[in-house]
Design a binder for this molecule. Structure first.
Ligand code: IPE
Ligand code: IPE
Ligand code: MG
Length: 254
């Protein structure tokens, strides 16, 4: 991919298809409520949208898809909903890992695993190991993830690894310790379900991400809805602090 240099950082050249899309999958409960179903039926149906997004991103040539499945704040929900979500996550890992592998998808799970059951941790590790060498789409699932947790975790990791620096580190020193160190920053962020907030999702790497909010509830978010979001992204001008005129003057490197 063509890149051009800013004074401080390498920034992505404008591209028709976002390289990295990050999504907050919101609105499952309301989707179910509208149909007089229990909330968990919305989570169940939401799995179909996950499948559809993975397929669409593979077809479109998106390189990284990151999905927020469970936030560090979601433990505050009723315990039966939390345990349903954990069971669903485990079932998905068990059933889908082989399919993802067949489709050359590399699966990554980010978030604090310390509160998960041992068995769930094992499923996570097995699925990551199975798909580790795939070089198609990288699918990241954020589970028990919080953007602030991630930054704190990175600071602690760097501090432990480089005590001699006594905290005198730069942004570039910290970045390898963030959980998504393997991915470029998200180009496009999509939140379904009508709320216009970040809810402690990826904070550090979304500094310059294009934000897109839709009222469509997650279980109803399909390929056509994704295409509309990408069209919106394609009409944005990503300036990264520059003026519009400077962008047209820049000549991307080969
Ligand atoms: C998102 O849907 C899924 C998770 C947070 C796990 P919600 O469950 O938040 O659905 P709404 O927002 O209540 O409709
Ligand atoms: C954000 O959704 C987290 C996930 C989709 C996993 P929430 O429904 O938990 O967000 P808030 O609480 O409305 O901000
Ligand atoms: Mg919600």
């Amino acid at each position: 991919m063509a890149l051009f240099k800013s004074s401080t950082r390498t920034i992505p050249a404008p591209s028709a298809v976002p390289r990295h899309i990050a999504m907050i999958m919101d609105g499952n409960g309301r989707w179910a409520k509208q149909r007089l179903l229990p909330r968990v039926a919305g989570h169940q149906r939401g799995v179909e949208s996950v499948r559809e997004m993975v397929k669409a991103c593979r077809q479109l040539g998106v390189e990284y898809l990151t999905l927020f499945a469970f936030s560090s704040e979601n433990w505050r929900r009723p315990s039966d909903e939390v345990s349903f979500l954990m069971q669903l996550f485990m079932k998905m890992l068990e059933r889908e890992a082989v399919n993802l592998h067949k489709n050359n998808v590399r699966l990554k799970i980010i978030g604090d695993r310390s509160r998960f059951d041992e068995l769930l941790v094992k499923y996570i590790e097995d699925a990551e190991l199975l798909t580790a060498n795939n070089d198609g789409l990288t699918l990241t699932i954020a589970a028990n993830y919080g953007g602030r947790w991630d930054i704190m975790n990175a600071v602690q990791g760097l501090w432990k690894a480089r005590p001699e620096m006594s905290g005198n580190f730069s942004e570039e020193d910290l970045e390898p310790y963030l959980s998504m160190h393997y991915a470029p920053e998200p180009d496009l962020f999509i939140r379904t379900g009508g709320e216009q907030r970040i809810s402690n999702f990826i904070l550090w790497q979304m500094a310059y991400t294009e934000l897109y909010f839709t009222d469509t509830l997650w279980p109803a978010f399909d390929r056509a809805a994704l295409d509309v979001a990408i069209q919106s992204y394609q009409n944005r001008e990503r300036r990264f602090g520059r003026t519009s005129e400077q962008l047209t003057e820049s000549k991307p490197d080969a």
